[in-house]
Structures are given as C-alpha cells and as structure tokens.
Write a protein of this length. Sequence first.
Length: 183
Amino acid sequence: MKVKGGMTVSKPQQESHSIRADRFVGLLDENRKILYKVAGAYAQDSSDRQDLVQEMVVQLWRSFNRYDAGARFSTWMYRIALNVAISWFRAETRHARTFVPAGEAILEVAAAPAESKELEDGLRVLWQAIDGLDALDRALVVLYFDGRSHEAIADVLGISSTNVGTKINRIKTRLRRDLSHPA
C-alpha cells in the first residue's frame, strides 16, 4: 500500500495506473505528428509551438480517463489538440501579443522538402492566405490537408459532414479569390 494525497492506493490500482500511462504514451507516440501539425498552424515561433505541444499533451493526459477506446484515438486527439490550440490562440490574441502568420512554421512541420523554389514560394503564399482564416476554418484546413474524410473532420470539429463540405468549398473559393487577386 502507498499513501498518495492522503488516500491509500492499493497495488492493483498502481498497476492499472502504470498500464494506463503506458497505453497513453504508446498512443501518443503513434500519433504525435498530429500535435506538431496543429501547433504549426497556430504558433509561428518555435518556442511557442513547443509550449503549445506541451499544453496539448497535458490536456490529453488529463482527459485520457474519458477517452472511449472504441473510438479512433487520432480523432479524439485532434479534437483535444485543436481545442487547446484555439484556446491558446485566443489567449495570445487577448494578451495583445503579436501573432506572426504560420506560413514558415507549417512549411517546417508539415510540408515535405520543396522540390523547387517556386513550389516553396507557392506553399508560403498559400499558408499566408490560410492564416487569414478564422480559427475553426484553419482547423478544418489542417484536417483536410491531412487527408481526413468529411465524416472524420465533422467528428473532430463537432459539426455535420454536410457543413464540412460546405465550409471546404467556401474556403477553396475564398482562397482562390485571395490568391488570384493579392492585396
């Protein structure tokens, strides 16, 4: 028996905690790229991205008791990570810190090495345009670029799959317009 926080914890409870922690670490490791994609979409600075990833991991661990093992971990992880990132972004904006567009961060984190200067420049311009989207639309774009289905995106964002399709089409139209008529 071990005393923890004034409570007695039996050996079986300690083992289940250890098993749970091992399972969490394994699932987190398998899906860690999700954290960096989301952090890259919301934080420009490397240290801010690392802080945001740490906040996501803490919240994932705090919420792990509520994870339904019958559901896909990656979907649950996206939902938590995006909620943390959006809250972090809003707090950063509220505290009047300067937000630098995530174009470079996304290129570092999510994009494969550019095959040409033209491709690299095109990606930078695209991500600068995406930075102009609101937090929900930016989250939708990150999930869409990750190849998620409309149903998976809807599940993560808590909207209907029809709404996902509508939003994607509107975002594409807006991005085409913004990219063909730069300010």
